[in-house]
Design a binder for this molecule. Structure first.
Ligand code: ADP
Ligand code: MG
Length: 234
């Protein structure tokens, strides 16, 4: 039987009207991998995550996530969580942190239904995993930038995804918050066996978490072990 990969890209080209952001990119992601995507600003990293998440359709090539084409595919969205670079949540959004996490259950809950006891339990569990269980009942707007990002990670976690895509999860945060997020990501990949693909330039992540580096400069220009990547950088 053919081996099933979590993600398979074969000759993927994608972009926006009049602009090719990503050209002829091919790679595969196995389960339990720890992948950091690096590359210059405007290189196409966020575009790549959008293609994997099914928010953007490739103009050429083939992308498969869990064996299926992700574009406009709800089945894929239930299995893969995504934390975008600029989170869509207004920092002053008038909601409690548990309400934000509940949004991650949208796929199974719909817009208007109340969560069941079991779903409420999972919301608290997700907040516990990011170290914010004690903050239940707190308005989201009262949290620091690092805490807000942890709430958004809890939102990504709550539906028990097989894979989480993170787009610059620690950019703009202080070192303490970066380390707190590193600890959460490590726990998810090492103990929960969740595959994480993270766009990051954060040295803390590259040196202490990532096992594989994919470099995107419009095309894929490096794909290999972190040790080889760091040796090349030195
Ligand atoms: P990165 O995440 O590596 O900084 P992006 O994937 O965001 O790069 O962007 C790649 C290229 O596509 C850039 O030149 C950017 O200006 C362009 N781009 C990104 N998003 C859009 C969009 N919604 N419409 C048009 N061009 C875009
Ligand atoms: Mg980006």
């Amino acid at each position: 039987m053919q081996k099933k990969f979590l993600v398979e890209l074969e000759g993927v080209t994608a972009g926006y009207p009049g602009h090719i952001a990503l050209e002829d990119v091919s790679f595969r992601v196995d389960s339990k991998e720890k992948i950091a995507i690096v590359g210059p600003n405007g290189g196409g990293k966020s575009t790549l995550l959008k293609v994997i998440m099914g928010l953007l359709e490739p103009t050429k090539g083939e992308v498969k996530v869990l064996g299926q084409r992700p574009y406009k595919n709800c089945a894929v969205k239930k299995k893969v969580a995504y934390l975008s670079q600029q989170s869509a949540i207004n920092p002053n959004f008038p909601a409690l942190i548990e309400d934000i996490v509940k949004l991650g259950l949208f796929g199974e809950l719909g817009l208007l239904r109340w969560p069941s006891e079991e779903q409420k339990f999972r919301i608290i569990k997700a907040l516990e995993k990011v170290g914010l269980k004690e903050m239940v009942g707190e308005p989201y707007s009262h949290l620091s930038g690092g805490q807000k990002q942890r709430v958004l990670i809890a939102r990504a976690l709550v539906a028990s995804p097989s894979m989480i895509l993170l787009d610059e999860p620690t950019t703009g945060l202080d070192v303490g918050s970066q380390e707190a997020i590193l600890k959460i990501i490590k726990d998810l990949t090492d103990n929960e066996k969740i595959t994480i693909v993270a766009v990051t330039h954060d040295q803390i992540f590259l040196k202490n978490w990532a096992k594989r580096i994919i470099k995107i400069e419009n095309r894929l220009t490096f794909d290999g072990a972190i040790e080889d990547y760091l040796r090349g950088e030195a």
